[in-house]
Design a protein around this ligand. Structure first.
Ligand SMILES: [Mg+2]
Length: 366
């Protein structure tokens, strides 16, 4: 791929409203942007979406920086990387750290598509020009108005983040306003075996899916639950690789998978999971993080594949941030976002703003 330089950049983007984590409130979102430059001056962009603390996955911004700076960038023979898929193979000797790998691989996919004057959507074989977006509901006095407005805006999938013990109250409240909504819940792995009967009782709610009821890595309990309920179990945090997806499918631990490029270690692995799920009748949809437009652009290319027929966690650029460094920003309209058609990830980069929010950089000529 004629790579001349790799640059990693830690940035801090101000959030529109504070973000709650287990360890307190976050005012800014730190991310790492990866830039892969070739000898013609083209630049491919990727993004590491790990958080500052390991509450969602075990990786953090600091572990990802370390692995990229001290392992991935100096160790790989970059001349042998002729396609982004080669990078995935070349990293097989590094255990774990999928988000660090995904950030570098993302920059390579973007660069490769630009070198071949193709959009990333075309490169991965996506057929959709619009990717459907799902809405997240939060309980407030204006819930009824919110639902009406979201439906008018074209949203077709509605997600509730639930807390143990409050699920029925939340679900009933939403369903009393509109019993026809395609409603799903996301539990982020908070249940244990003791909650089994309670989870089985939620089957009566007629949900679109129940996302990640048990902790990541527990294929056994998810399988037992899926055997007893007709609501599809969807796995999110459990799926960190293609092999995890194979296990989940072969053990009947789920009927749906939330595919996040960063969580599974890059677009190559996400595409492999997509192909496998399609062959085995498992539904997939595209998950999201609190991420910049660079990551969103990669997600949209993935979500353009035909099998991604459930609306994903795709949102407008202004959902989390006052200002993004992609131009133009992404906008959800009619419940969907246009998939970029320009070469690569298909968006311009506001390099002045990118520089303004940069905390540190590390660049290596290769
Ligand atoms: Mg989730």
């Amino acid at each position: 791929m004629d790579i001349a330089e790799l640059l990693i950049r830690e940035v801090e983007l101000p959030l529109r409203s504070p973000f709650q984590t287990h360890q307190g409130t976050v005012q800014n979102r730190r991310l790492i942007i990866v830039e892969a430059k070739d000898r013609e001056g083209r630049v491919g962009y990727g993004e590491v979406t790990a958080f500052e603390t390991p509450f969602y996955t075990s990786e953090t911004i600091k572990t990802a920086w370390h692995v990229m700076e001290e392992v991935i960038i100096p160790t790989l023979d970059w001349k042998l990387v002729t396609h982004p898929r080669d990078f995935h193979e070349a990293c097989a000797f590094i255990q774990g750290h999928p988000m660090a790998k995904a950030g570098v691989e993302g920059a390579l996919w973007d660069l490769y598509a630009k070198q071949h004057s193709q959009s990333l959507r075309e490169l991965v074989g996506g057929e959709r020009h619009r990717a459907k977006a799902g809405a997240v509901l939060s309980l407030s006095a204006s819930l009824e108005d919110d639902i009406k407005r979201l439906k008018q805006d074209g949203y077709e999938r509605f997600k509730l983040k639930v807390k143990k013990g409050e699920e029925w109250e939340l679900i009933r409240k939403v369903q009393s306003i509109d019993s026809e909504l395609d409603l799903m819940i996301d539990a982020n792995g908070q249940y244990t075996e003791e909650d089994f009967d309670h989870l089985v009782s939620l089957d009566k709610a007629g949900l679109l899916m129940m996302e990640q009821p048990f902790r990541a890595g527990d294929f056994y309990l998810h399988r037992r639950l899926q055997e007893l309920i007709s609501t599809p179990v969807c796995l999110d945090e459990s799926i960190m690789s293609f092999e995890d997806a194979v296990q989940a499918v072969q053990l009947n631990s789920c009927r749906m998978i939330n595919v996040k490029i960063s969580r599974v270690g890059g677009l190559t692995e996400a595409l492999n999971i997509h192909d496998y799920c399609r062959e085995h009748g498992i539904q997939v949809w595209c998950g999201g993080m609190v991420e910049s437009g660079i990551s969103k652009a990669h997600n949209l290319a993935l979500a353009s594949l035909e099998a991604f027929n459930i609306p994903g966690d795709l949102s407008s650029s202004t959902r989390y941030f006052e200002r993004d460094f992609v131009t133009p920003g992404f906008v959800v309209s009619g419940g969907a976002i246009d998939v970029p058609e320009e070469p690569g990830i298909g968006v311009g980069i506001d390099t002045d703003y990118l520089q303004e929010v940069t905390l540190q950089t590390h660049a290596v000529k290769v």
